[in-house]
Design a protein around this ligand. Structure first.
Ligand SMILES: NC(=O)c1ccc[n+]([C@@H]2O[C@H](COP(=O)([O-])OP(=O)(O)OC[C@H]3O[C@@H](n4cnc5c(N)ncnc54)[C@H](OP(=O)(O)O)[C@@H]3O)[C@@H](O)[C@H]2O)c1
Ligand SMILES: C[C@](O)(CO)[C@H](O)COP(=O)(O)O
Ligand SMILES: [Mn+2]
Length: 398
C-alpha cells in the first residue's frame, strides 16, 4: 500500500487523483491533503479519506474547516496558510507527494516534500519551469524520484522505459492546438474568457486551459521536457495533433519513433506516476483506434501563437528567465480571467516583462533569486498593462 500526500486536492488534478485512490483503496492511502480555499470540498475529502493532516491555504477559512469536521474522531491535524501547506507536504510517512497546486505556489511545498525524502508525482509544471535550478539539485541530493504526471511528459517517460540515455535523439511534444485552433487569427482580438475556456479535448483548471489556448502551455512543456529529460531545446519539437490521442513521442538515434497513446484522460498519467515501475490493471475504457478515427498532424503556427517561440527563447536563456516568463504568464492569465486585459495582451505583456529582465538574468539563481524574480515579474505585468493601454503600442512579436 503506497502512502501518498496530495497538495491541490480540490482542483482538477486533485480530484482525479482522489478518484484513483477511491478506485484502488488496497493500493493507496492518503496521509495528507492541502487545498487553497475550497473549504467545503476539502472538508468532504477529509471526511472520506481521513488523512492524518490537512491544510487550507486561506487562513480565514480554518475556523469553517474545523467546524465542518468537528464530529470526526480521531481529528486530523488541521493547519492553514502557506506554512500549513508546506507542513502537509513534508509530513509523516507519505512516500509520494502529488503536486496538484496551480502555479509557482507549488514550489515551496514541493521543495519541502523533496527535503523530507518524498518522491514527487509532478503535475504542477510551473514548479519545475520556475524552480528547476534549485529543485533538480535537491532531487539529486535527497535521492528522490521526480515522476512526470503531465500527460506529454508521462508519455515520454513511458516510452523511455528501457531506452538507454544515449539512445534518445528528439522529443516530439503533441499539442491539441487549444480552444482557438480553428479560429482565424483576426478573431483572436475579441475572444472572451468563456471562449478561451472551451478546451476541445481536456477538462482542466482555468489557468492551464487558457495556457492551452495561447499555446503557452506547450511552451512551458518544452521547458519542462528540457529539465526532465535533459535534451537541448533544438531537439524538442512541437506538433499539433488535434485528437490528443498520441500524448507525445520520442525519436531514437536510429530514427525509430516510439509513442504513447490513450484517450485524453489525466487519470492514466497520474496512475502511472503513482504505480511506476509497476502497471495496475484498470477497467477504464480501452483505446479503440477505429473509434478514435483519423489521427492528424500539422505544423504549429508561430505567427498566430507567439508564446511558443517566446518559451523556447526563454528556456535557452535559462537562469532566472524561465521564472520570470512563468510568473508573467500567471499574472497575465489572471488579469485576462478577470477581464482586465485582452487575450492578445497576454503574450505582449509576457514579452515586455521578459525583455526587461534580460540584463538582470541570474545565471545560477538561488531560491531567493527565483522568488524575487517571480514577485518582480508579477508587478511588471501590471506596469505593462498600463503601457499597453496608454501607448497602445503593439510590441513587435518575434
Ligand atoms: N488539470 C489537468 O488536466 C492538468 C494536466 C497537466 C498538468 N496540470 C498541472 O497541474 C497543476 C494543477 O492544475 P489544475 O488544472 O488541477 O488546477 P485547478 O483545477 O485550478 O486546481 C488548483 C488546485 O490548487 C489549489 N491551490 C491554489 N493555490 C494554492 C495554494 N497557494 N496553496 C495550496 N493549494 C492551492 C486549489 O485549491 P482551491 O480550489 O481549494 O482554491 C486547487 O486545489 C497545474 O500546475 C497544471 O499546469 C494540470
Ligand atoms: C492535459 C495536458 O497534459 C495539460 O498539460 C495537455 O497538455 C493539455 O492539452 P494541450 O495539448 O496543451 O492543449
Ligand atoms: Mn500537458
Amino acid at each position: 500500500m503506497k502512502a501518498i500526500t496530495l497538495v491541490g486536492s480540490t482542483g482538477s488534478i486533485g480530484t482525479q487523483t482522489l478518484d484513483i485512490v477511491t478506485q484502488y483503496p488496497d493500493q493507496f492511502r492518503i496521509v495528507g491533503l492541502a487545498a487553497g480555499s475550497n473549504v467545503e470540498m476539502l472538508a468532504a475529502q477529509i471526511r472520506q479519506f481521513r488523512p492524518e493532516i490537512a491544510a487550507i491555504c486561506s487562513e480565514d477559512k480554518l475556523p469553517a474547516l474545523k467546524e465542518a469536521i468537528i464530529d470526526l474522531d480521531p481529528q486530523p491535524i488541521l493547519l492553514a496558510g502557506e506554512a500549513g501547506v508546506i507542513e502537509v507536504a513534508r509530513y509523516g510517512d507519505a512516500q509520494t507527494v502529488v503536486t496538484g497546486i496551480v502555479g509557482c505556489a507549488g514550489l515551496l511545498p514541493t521543495i519541502a516534500a523533496i527535503e523530507a525524502g518524498k518522491d514527487i508525482a509532478l503535475a504542477n509544471k510551473e514548479t519545475l519551469i520556475a524552480g528547476a535550478p534549485v529543485v533538480l539539485p535537491l532531487v539529486e541530493k535527497h535521492g528522490v524520484k521526480l515522476l512526470p504526471a503531465d500527460s506529454e511528459h508521462s508519455a515520454i517517460f513511458q516510452c523511455l522505459q528501457g531506452v538507454p540515455k544515449a539512445g534518445l535523439r528528439k522529443i516530439l511534444l503533441t499539442a491539441s492546438g487549444g480552444a482557438f485552433r480553428d479560429w482565424d487569427v483576426e478573431k483572436l482580438a475579441d475572444v472572451t474568457v468563456a471562449d478561451a475556456l472551451k478546451h476541445p479535448n481536456w477538462s482542466m483548471g482555468r489557468k492551464i486551459t487558457v495556457d492551452s489556448a495561447t499555446l503557452m502551455n506547450k511552451g512551458l512543456e518544452v521547458i519542462e521536457a528540457h529539465f526532465l529529460f535533459g535534451l537541448d531545446y533544438d531537439d524538442i519539437e512541437i506538433v499539433i495533433h488535434p485528437q490528443s490521442i498520441i500524448h507525445s513521442l520520442i525519436e531514437l538515434q536510429d530514427t525509430s519513433v516510439l509513442a504513447q497513446l490513450g484517450w485524453p484522460d489525466m487519470r492514466l498519467p497520474l496512475l502511472y506516476a503513482l504505480s511506476w515501475p509497476d502497471r495496475i490493471y484498470t477497467n477504464w475504457e480501452r483505446l479503440d483506434l477505429v473509434k478514435a478515427g483519423n489521427l492528424t498532424f500539422r505544423e504549429p503556427d508561430h505567427q498566430k501563437y507567439p508564446c511558443m517561440k517566446l518559451a523556447y527563447a526563454v528556456g535557452k536563456a535559462g537562469g532566472s528567465m524561465p521564472a520570470v516568463l512563468n510568473a508573467a504568464n500567471e499574472q497575465a492569465v489572471a488579469l485576462f480571467l478577470e477581464e482586465k486585459i485582452r487575450f492578445l495582451d497576454i503574450p505582449r505583456c509576457i514579452e515586455w516583462v521578459c525583455d526587461r529582465h534580460q540584463n538582470d538574468n541570474r545565471a545560477n539563481p538561488s531560491l531567493d533569486d527565483i522568488l524575487t524574480a517571480d514577485k518582480w515579474a508579477r508587478q511588471e505585468v501590471l506596469i505593462a498593462t498600463e503601457k499597453l493601454e496608454t501607448q497602445s503600442r503593439i510590441i513587435s512579436l518575434r
